[in-house]
Design a protein around this ligand. Structure first.
Ligand code: NDP
Length: 447
């Protein structure tokens, strides 16, 4: 078996040199899916995984714009249309200086499995730019978004490819992107998700990834007869996903003690409450400030510059910032301090070494493609509402989100439960996602 995985990976490495994140995401899937394919006659020999690791289309384009000082800046834009076997391409846009082909291909590949897990008809894609929104004026952000869309509009559409937000792309950016798309196409459609409520957005979409991650943690705890109430949680990040994971965890009676950004993390040993969280929402979303400003307002808390929160004692860890933010040492420290639930809000936040440590320790470990799927699922619900031209209530969307998270959890159990009762969520999520996409690909022929 090892040799077949190696043979497959050798081929993928040869075709995608210098793309470490993409190879990492593929290897994690290959470890569980290759053995599954070899033991299932209908998939064996059909080259399905080989087809799935090759994007259906990769777009790269120039994004020139003019800053407030009148200087011409050139960024690079991308859209990876990975797989459309079960629906139009769907996946976020990331604006961050680290963005490159490898990172977007890993995200698009993960998105294919994640979208399949939601049970909604969405293919997988990802896109973005190496543009850094930090420190830019609103007008600079608008000019950049307009330039980015002046190329992307040719390739997307409500039945073709429906982008959404990701790191660096929130409600403000989606607004500017949507405005430009509408102008260029002269049509008002559900071409982007994460829209504002007065122009086609869905209630709960901003909250959905964070809320869904907490719902998934609850589902995992239930398998041990436990609840989230009373548990201490360490969260990383302080953006969209982290903020709403924190909000839902507080609503359910948990104690959240950390948040972070790329400058370091804050530790509030008394735990956040609604007032403290409101301060963070305002700081990050309106003032666009840095997380260390929290300790000026709440001096009982501490700020640890340049550090990650994984050394803080907790029962549950929710990495909600970025890829590979939990390494081997972090994983060991978390376990040593008694952490036994890792529920990923970010995409691929744990390195392969960290994942193996969690699985070997048989703790409750949920990979992002399962636990953070609530965001794209609610984007799917936004697309449905746009097509039907109706608006569901907050409660309606929230209950659909809860049901989807619970269904994803059940799919992970179906394909991931081991003989000793341990649930391998990595295996479960990979195989459940694979089966749905592979069946559609087999039915549609070699295209
Ligand atoms: P935001 O841009 O809203 O927030 C990102 C947060 O992560 C910020 O606090 C940011 O700090 C921190 N961060 C980003 N890069 C780094 C880094 N290299 N090192 C340390 N901290 C970093 O993004 P989101 O909350 O939307 O996304 C967070 C994660 O969740 C990503 O992995 C994303 O792919 C994933 N995700 C998002 C979904 C969504 O609906 N938004 C859906 C599913 C997954 P700083 O401000 O200092 O950069």
């Amino acid at each position: 078996m090892e040799s077949q995985i190696k043979e497959f990976m050798d081929l993928v490495k040869k075709r995608n040199p210098h793309e470490p994140e993409f190879l990492q995401a593929i290897e994690e899937v290959a470890e569980t899916v290759v053995p599954f394919i070899l033991s299932n006659e209908i998939y064996n020999g059909k080259q399905i995984l080989t087809r799935m690791v090759e994007p259906e289309r990769v777009l790269m384009f120039r994004v020139p714009w003019i800053d407030d000082a009148g200087k011409i800046i050139v960024n690079r834009g991308f859209r990876i249309e990975m797989n459309s076997a079960i629906g139009p391409y769907k996946g976020g846009l990331r604006f961050h200086p680290t963005v490159n082909l490898s990172i977007l291909k890993f995200l698009a590949f993960e998105q294919v499995f994640k979208n399949a897990l939601t049970t909604l008809p969405m293919g997988g894609a990802k896109g973005g730019s190496d543009f850094d929104p930090k420190g830019k004026s609103d007008v600079e952000i608008m000019r950049f978004c307009q330039s980015f869309m002046s190329e992307l509009f040719r390739h997307i559409g409500p039945n073709t490819d429906v982008p959404a937000g990701d790191i660096g792309v929130g409600g403000r950016e989606i607004g500017y992107l949507f405005g430009m798309y509408k102008k260029l196409r002269n049509e008002f459609t559900g071409v982007l998700t994460g829209k504002g409520m007065s122009w086609g957005g869905s209630l709960i979409r901003p909250e959905a990834t964070g809320y869904g991650t907490v719902y998934f943690a609850q589902n995992m705890l239930e398998t041990k007869g436990e609840v989230i109430k009373g548990k201490t949680i360490a969260i990383s990040g302080s953006g969209n996903v982290a903020q709403y994971a924190c909000e839902k965890a507080l609503q359910l009676g948990a104690k959240v003690v950390t948040l972070s950004d790329s400058s370091g993390f804050i530790y509030d040993k008394e735990g956040f409450d609604t007032d403290k969280l409101a301060f963070i929402f305002d700081l990050k979303n309106n003032k666009r400030g840095r997380i260390n400003e929290y300790v000026k307002k709440y001096p009982n808390a501490s700020f640890f510059a340049g550090e990650k929160p994984w050394g803080i004692k907790c029962e549950i860890a929710m990495p909600c910032a970025t890829q590979n933010e939990v390494n081997k040492e972090d994983a060991k420290t978390l376990l040593k301090n008694g952490c036994y639930v890792i529920c990923e809000g970010a995409n691929m936040p744990s390195t392969p070494e960290a994942v193996h440590i969690f699985l070997n320790a048989k703790i409750l470990y949920a990979p992002g493609k399962a636990s953070n799927a609530g965001g794209v699922a609610t984007s799917g619900l936004e697309m449905s509402q746009n097509s039907l031209r109706i608006v569901w209530t907050r409660d309606e969307v929230d209950s659909k989100l809860k049901k989807i998270m619970s269904d994803i959890h059940n799919s992970c159990i179906k394909f991931g439960k081991q003989d000793d009762g341990y649930i391998d969520y990595v295996k479960g999520a990979n195989i459940a996602g694979f089966v749905k996409v592979a069946d559609a690909m087999l039915a549609q022929g070699v295209v």
